[in-house]
Design a protein around this ligand. Sequence first.
Ligand code: PXP
Length: 257
Amino acid sequence: MLTLPRLGVNIDHVATIRNARGGRHPDPVRAAHQAVEAGADGITAHLREDRRHISDLDIARLKSEVTRPLNLEMAPTDEMLEIALRHVPNACCLVPERREERTTEGGLDVAGARSDLKDFIARLKDAGIRVSLFIEPDMRAVETSMTLGADIVELHTGAYCEAALKDDAAGFADEFKRIATAASQADAVGLEVHAGHGLTYNTVGRVAALPEITELNIGHFLIGEALFVGLNGAITRMRNLIEEARLEVRRRARQAS
Ligand code: PXP
């Protein structure tokens, strides 16, 4: 049987549009329901310190109303810990956060992060929450994540997608190699491996083809594409590309044997 990576649909930018005018429309929870109907395996939302898109109420509603697992992205702060322990999402993905950034620009500095990160992770795990660390695809970050007790690493695909946007073939190949190497290192030390950030129809296939990747989290591109083809159309096409990538790997393995 073909195993596909799960697709987590990040609905933050539905809230970005809502917040541009205040009020309640468009509702990210409605988008989450539609994403589930279209085949999303989970819903991802980032509650930022400045609440620029997702709100506290959105998190409460996503947790209580949506039937698929919620992956709460958050900075490792005391405020977020309290919120996570209150709502108990399926998973928390710890991300770095700087107020002035447009989006999460780099992976979590796991080595230089708060000294009590290990305890922070343990408190989430004790509450039954799976803990993921959003890291740069490199060996040290993978090893530190394991030492800290994370269940999962989510590999940052931003640089790889940037290289694709700039038509930088050498950079694209290098960045892909970093992701592939980190995925196999993380898997070898027993970490579950996810990937995300900046993925599009053009860039998803190579990452989805990596056998260690069990989940992809994709937001901005899907929400933007939904303007043209609807959320269902965008998610269906993304899932098809993920499936085709895995089928292609299987075809090649059969030919080689
Ligand atoms: N994964 C993580 C940890 C993120 O912070 C984000 C952005 O919120 C994503 C995935 C999704 O990135 P994008 O919106 O670029 O698809």
